[in-house]
Design a protein around this ligand. Structure first.
Ligand code: MG
Ligand code: MG
Length: 283
């Protein structure tokens, strides 16, 4: 067993995390542009793969044993870890795309959720409820990232994420479930490393937030119960009650001058603005 990797990266290591983050963001941008009724999830995966390859990076998802794709794509009652394939998207479907890239030995990891535009397919009310689920989940992600900017312990992220979801549920008169069996993580030389980043309140607040910390924050939220099962493909995580799922994720660096969202082209400026947090790039 090798030396235990430090949770805290050097300034040079943080700078090396910027490019894989931007490549991951570009891959998801390409997917977003392709999303339309009639497109298969395999075609979306190909769009992401083309960007990763063109930028001289490799898919870090393909470094996970047994996985052959650049993305995970999860539709409707699937929350995470869906396998791209022949499924044809319909207007009104809620689609979560998770992607990552490894570049010069460093990793990015990010996820977005999109409701497929168009008039056929799911009723307008269904599509609008699904868009709200995505918006709430994305808002919870930004609340978690904003909390990181002033947190002293990693566990404060989950407190902020859960608090945001609870306030949204009250405001909407809706039920939202936060998956508890799946969590965020540290990121660096490996896509998944310590520390664990919970999307809910935990008694043990975990390690200190200090310059050099790099984490992937990734709330996974349903429009019902948080109970899930793994489908027969051994990957896809689907809700037991058939409710819809949404998943948003960013990789974020903490440095001496503040925080920087590595997988957002603007470093998170737009997403953090409502929280009064101004990101700055690692120097
Ligand atoms: Mg991910
Ligand atoms: Mg992740």
């Amino acid at each position: 067993m090798g030396l235990r990797r430090s949770l805290y990266k050097t300034p040079a290591q943080l700078r090396a995390m910027v490019e894989p983050g931007l490549i991951t963001a570009a891959a998801l941008d390409a997917v977003r542009e392709r999303i339309a009724p009639g497109v298969t999830t395999a075609e979306l995966d190909a769009a992401a793969s083309a960007v990763v390859v063109a930028r001289g990076a490799e898919s870090n998802f393909q470094l996970v044993r047994g996985y052959r794709h650049t993305t995970c794509i999860s539709v409707n009652d699937q929350v995470v870890h869906g396998i791209p394939g022949s499924r044809v998207l319909e207007a009104g479907d809620i689609v979560s795309i998770d992607a990552g890239a490894q570049f010069r030995g460093w990793n990015g990891d990010s996820a977005i959720t999109v409701v497929v535009p168009g008039e056929s397919g799911a009723a307008e009310a269904v599509a609008s409820t699904r868009q709200r689920l995505s918006d709430v989940t994305e808002g919870a992600l930004w609340a978690g990232i904003a909390a990181l900017a002033s947190a002293s312990r990693v566990g404060e992220i989950g407190d902020a994420v859960q608090g945001y979801i609870e306030r949204a549920a009250t405001a909407d008169g809706a039920t939202y479930g936060i998956l508890r069996d799946y969590v965020g993580h540290g990121i660096g030389r490996r896509m998944h490393e310590g520390p664990t980043v919970f999307n809910y309140r935990v008694a043990d607040l975990g390690p200190a937030v200090r310059p050099g910390l790099c984490v992937a924050i990734e709330p996974m939220v349903t429009s019902g119960s948080d109970e899930t099962f793994v489908e027969d493909d051994d990957w896809t995580v689907t809700t037991v009650d058939g409710s819809d799922g949404a998943h948003w994720e960013h990789s974020v660096a903490v440095h001496a001058g503040g925080i920087w969202v590595l997988t957002a082209a603007d470093g998170g400026a737009a997403g953090l603005a409502p929280f009064g947090v101004v990101p700055s790039p690692p120097a």
